[in-house]
Structure formats: C-alpha cells, structure tokens
Design a protein around this ligand. Structure first.
Ligand code: MFK
Length: 546
C-alpha cells in the first residue's frame, strides 16, 4: 500500500486554546467567566464544523446577478453558507450585543467571541466590525433619533431584526487620503439630504445601513469639510433604487466576502451631527474596526500555528517526527512566541476599550489606548502574513495546495495589513497619537503591567528600549520628514515593548499555577529583540532612481 499522509486536525479552537482560557481566567470575575463558556464552546464547535467544510467542499464565491431573464435590473446576491448563517450565529451568541452591555468587561467578552467566530464566519466579521463601529460612532454622536432607530437592529439578538452596517469611505480618489472624497450631499426640496457619488470598496453591500462620508454641496475642499451621514439601503425586501451595485471585486483573498463597487444616485441620508468634521466623527468607528482587525489577525495566526503544530506530530521525515527535529521545533517555537505577544497586545486593546468606554480606565490608560490601537493593528497585520507564510512552509508542498485549506490562510492574511489603514497610514496615525501625551501614558501603563517584576532581563530590555525610543523621538521629533520616515520602525518598537510587558505580566500570573509556558514565550519573544528603530535616511532619493 502506497504511503498516504495524515491531514492536520484542528483541535477545538476554544477548549484547546491555552492563551484565551488563561486570559479570561485571569481577568474575569468567576460568574462572568462561567457564563461565557456556553457561547465560546458553541463558537468553537462551529469553527470545527467550518474547518471540515473548508477541507471537504469546493469553495464558493458570492455571485451577483444583475439582470433577470426579462431584462429587469435585479442585483441579486447569492452568498456562501457561512454568510447565510451569519445573522443567526451573531445574534444567537451575542457577538455584537456582548460588547455594548453595561459592564467594562463586555468588550473583552465580545472579542473572545470574535476571535473564535472569525475564520468560521468566512469574513462575515468584516461587516460585523463595521456594524460594531457604526454603533459606537452613533453612540458617540449623541444623535438620539438615529441611535433609537439603528442600534436596536445593530445590537439585536433576533436574526430577523438584525441589520448589518457598512462604512463607505473609500472612493476612486483614495482609500487612505479620504480628504479627496467626491461624493456629494445635496438637500432636496423637502430638506431631505441625498447622496450622489461612487464608493469604490463597499464590503457590506448586503447590509441594511451604512455610515458614509460625503461633501455637503457648497462646502470647501479637504477633510474638515466632509460630513458623516447615516443611510439605509433597503425598502422592505427590495434594495433602494438609488443604490446601484456596479460589480463585485475580484480579490486576492477574502473570496467569500462580497466587496462591491457601488454608486449612489440620490440615496436618502441623515447627518450624524454637524455638517463638517466627518472624519473626526467617524474616528470612534475606525478605532473599533482596527481593534477587530487586530483580533482577527491574531485569530488567523492561532489557526496557522495550531495546524502547523498538529501536523508536526503526524509527519515524519528523515526518520523522525517533524516536532522532534531541532530546527523545525525551533521554527514552531518562534511562531508560537510571536503569536503569544500579538495575542496579548490585541486582547489588551480590546479590554482597555471596554474600560475606557465604561469610564473605569485611568486617564493614562485612555491616552495609551489611543496609541495602542494603531500599534496593535499595524503590527498584528504584518505578523499575520509572516506567520501564515511560515505555517504554509511547515507543510512543504502540501501548504501550497488549495484543497488542504492552507493557502487561503495566507491569501486572507494579506488583507489585515491593508484594511482600515495600511501599515504606513497606521504608523502615521501613531505619530498623531504621540503628538499628545501618549508616550508618557504608554510608559506608565507599561510600568503598571510590569508591576513589581523589576529585575529580570526582559524587564530591563523593555525599559532600555523605551529609553532609546524616547531619545529617538527627541532627536527626530522636530524634523517632520525624518519623523515620518522612521514612523514604522518606531511603531514596531513600541508595539513589541508593549507586547513584551504584557507577556511579563502573563508569565508571572501563569507561574503561580505552575505553568511555565508563558515565561518560555516571553524569553523567546525578547530574544528576537524589541528595537526596530531606524535612522531615517536623508538620501533616499538615490535609491528611488532604481
Ligand atoms: C475582520 C476584520 C474586520 C476589520 C474591518 C474591515 C473593514 C474593511 C473596510 C475598510 O478598510 S474601509 C476603509 C478604511 N479606511 C481607513 O481606515 C482610512 C485610512 N486613512 C486614515 O486613517 C487617515 O489617517 C484619515 C482619513 C483618518 C485622516 O486623514 P487626514 O485627511 O489627514 O485627516 P486629519 O485632518 O489628520 O484628521 C481629521 C480628524 O480626525 C482630526 O481631528 P480634528 O478634526 O479634531 O483635528 C484627527 O485627529 C482625527 N482622527 C484621525 N484619525 C483618528 C482621529 N481621531 C481619533 N482616532 C483616530 N484614529
């Protein structure tokens, strides 16, 4: 009988996840912790079923049928099974509702659900993130009429009442520089605002609502003249005729997610607040969706590492299991350590978000969150690609074969670095945060995490790297071009310092229960170094000539 290789098996994503279990054990009061098990167990079950689906069915893409047989414009969308199950899964397990309750732990409990649901949902989490962001931005606007109208749907626990919201910002003029937005808002004779223009990436076109940036007629140019509007897309079961789907995008990954080009031809709209400063008004949404991005990037890493580790216990080469091969074991351990750092940072941001929203965070934690959000997003986005790529390599040629379900992990991971602001845009956003008092706040927040564990090598390295970063900022803070050129290096350094400090805290907690694995992750993480600072090169021009 010819040899056949065992496929990797996916252990239960909740019950087998040491990091998630110990985070929740450490942070949550006992009754809340126990109450969470039912939903997390069910989402873990769903994830296992979904993995079976990935490896045993032909993958499907959404299908847009624009015209019926008789020439009527229908714009009918057929979605994958996971997408058709999305509203039921979301509402049954309170994925969004959990984050908007009356407890400061709610965001952590929400993001634990997101982490488990994300890959199984086939990126239905993308419009969920935007719906969560829209709920947050609406609350921040204080617009009671819109809050009363939309939030009961966005946060509903009934599938039939549930609405998805989009975030319509990107236009042909740009996804990063939204100041060039061309969509126009005009009032009709009855005083109703209506939107006219084209949105170039709409990931929730199947949703019932959206927040959209538009320029009120007669307003000036640039970002500050943009206004933020709430729109609804449906008239009963029919899509409103003023919302036209031009086509679906053909993308590198996230194939199950129907990303559309649309145009708006007088779609009724309601301003959230003043008819200007729309980007400032949408910022609460951006910070929430960036948190989703970080948690989902970590979820992809968790899957990649789990499958690669399992496979190493099933695959023999050169007379030994892969896991017994020193170099392979080293590679897996390196992936695990980086993943543990990313996990710690993403979930700390999620937890801090809840603490800040419920007014129980210190002012320093609040300022630190403003900086940690872009840091977590940009660092986990890049790391997900690296770890998924490494994981595919752990399978050799099999990692390159579609029906193993593995290549999709890498294709999909590439989106985390692009969505919700590229690595460079987020690095510049971290400079925006640092222009306030975020650096001092970060230092003191990290001191809090380090607690009394002051004399180990990792702690000394974190402190000395923060000193070097402060010096770098002093040196280049007054030279805008140099500061921007080095922003990515600074952001990666601060992200790694923050993750290392969180690993110190986790290692100390786990040690009390006799578990030394978090301490091992910390040692390996800091052995990769924390400092990613660069000396900005004033003479880039020579290299750009090719
Ligand atoms: C499964 C995971 C799911 C994840 C979600 C998936 C959804 C994917 C769909 C998308 O990707 S939608 C596209 C997302 N697009 C972006 O994220 C835009 C990227 N560009 C930026 O982030 C730019 O930095 C930005 C457009 C926000 C600002 O550029 P500008 O034109 O230079 O604006 P400016 O003047 O610096 O900022 C305007 C105001 O917003 C300022 O406040 P003031 O009016 O009070 O001065 C800024 O301080 C404020 N602001 C900007 N970013 C902020 C912020 N405030 C708080 N937090 C922030 N992050």
């Amino acid at each position: 009988m010819a040899f056949t290789q065992d496929a990797p098996q996916l252990a239960h994503p909740y019950r087998s996840d040491r990091l998630l279990q110990s985070l929740l054990d450490r942070v949550l009061p006992a009754e809340r912790r126990a109450a969470l098990d039912v939903d997390l167990d069910a989402l873990g079950d769903y994830a296992q079923v979904a993995w079976q689906r990935v490896t045993s069915c032909t993958r499907r893409k959404p299908l847009l049928t624009q015209w019926d047989a008789w020439g009527h414009r229908v714009d009918r969308m057929e979605l994958t099974s996971a997408w058709n199950e999305g509203a039921t899964m979301t509402t049954r397990h309170a994925v969004l509702a959990a984050g908007h309750g009356d407890n400061a732990h709610g965001r952590l409990e929400e993001f634990a659900r997101v982490y488990l649901y994300h890959l199984a949902s086939e990126f239905y989490t993308c419009p969920l993130a935007m719906t969560d962001g829209a709920a947050t931005a609406l609350k921040a606007s204080g617009n009671q009429a819109l809050i009363g109208r939309a939030l009961p749907h966005f946060l509903s626990r009934e599938p039939a009442l549930f609405w998805l919201s989009g975030q319509w910002m990107t236009e042909n003029t740009g996804g990063s520089d939204v100041g060039g937005t061309e969509t126009m808002a005009r009032q009709d004779a009855e005083g109703q605002w209506r939107l006219y223009g084209r949105k170039w990436f709409s990931s929730a076109v199947v949703g019932e609502a959206a927040l959209a940036l538009a320029r009120p007629e007669g307003a000036g140019s640039g970002t500050s003249a943009l206004a933020l509007f709430y729109v609804e897309t449906m008239d009963g079961a029919q899509r409103k005729p003023q919302l036209i789907i031009d086509r679906l995008k053909d993308k590198l990954g996230t194939h199950e997610l129907p990303t559309a080009e649309i145009h708006l031809d007088g779609l009724p709209a309601w301003p959230l607040g003043e008819l200007a400063h729309g980007v400032r008004q949408v910022a609460p949404m951006l910070n929430v969706t960036r948190t989703w991005n970080a948690i989902c990037a970590v979820a992809s890493m968790a899957r990649a590492v789990a499958l690669a580790r399992d496979y190493a216990t099933r695959r023999q080469a050169f007379g030994r299991l892969l896991i017994e091969q020193p170099l392979h074991a080293q590679t897996l351990a390196d992936m695990q350590a980086e993943f543990e750092g990313a996990f710690a940072l993403a979930f700390e941001v999620a937890h801090l978000l809840g603490r800040v929203e419920h007014g129980v965070a210190t002012s320093e934690e609040t300022a630190a969150l403003r900086l940690l959000t872009p840091l977590a997003k940009l660092w986990t986005g890049k790391l997900a690609v690296k770890i998924c790529s490494e994981a595919l390599e752990c399978f050799g040629g099999a990692g390159y074969i579609e029906d193993t379900g593995l290549p999709q992990l890498l294709r999909d991971a590439q989106v985390y670095a692009i969505w919700e602001g590229t690595t460079n845009v987020l690095s510049l956003d971290s400079l925006r945060a640092l222009a306030g008092d975020s650096f001092a706040a970060l230092r003191s927040t990290l001191d809090g995490w380090l607690g009394g564990h002051g004399d180990s090598h990792p702690v000394a390295l974190i402190r000395s790297t923060l000193d070097v970063s402060a010096h770098w900022l002093e040196q280049y803070g007054g030279q805008r071009d140099a500061l921007e050129a080095g922003a990515r290096g600074l952001a990666f350094t601060l992200a790694r310092c923050s993750a290392a400090a969180l690993l110190v805290r986790q290692a100390e907690w786990s040690r009390r229960y006799g578990d030394l694995r978090a301490a091992a992750a910390l040692q390996r993480f800091v052995s990769h170094g924390l400092d990613r600072l660069l000396t900005p090169d004033a003479d880039n021009a020579a290299l750009l000539l090719g």
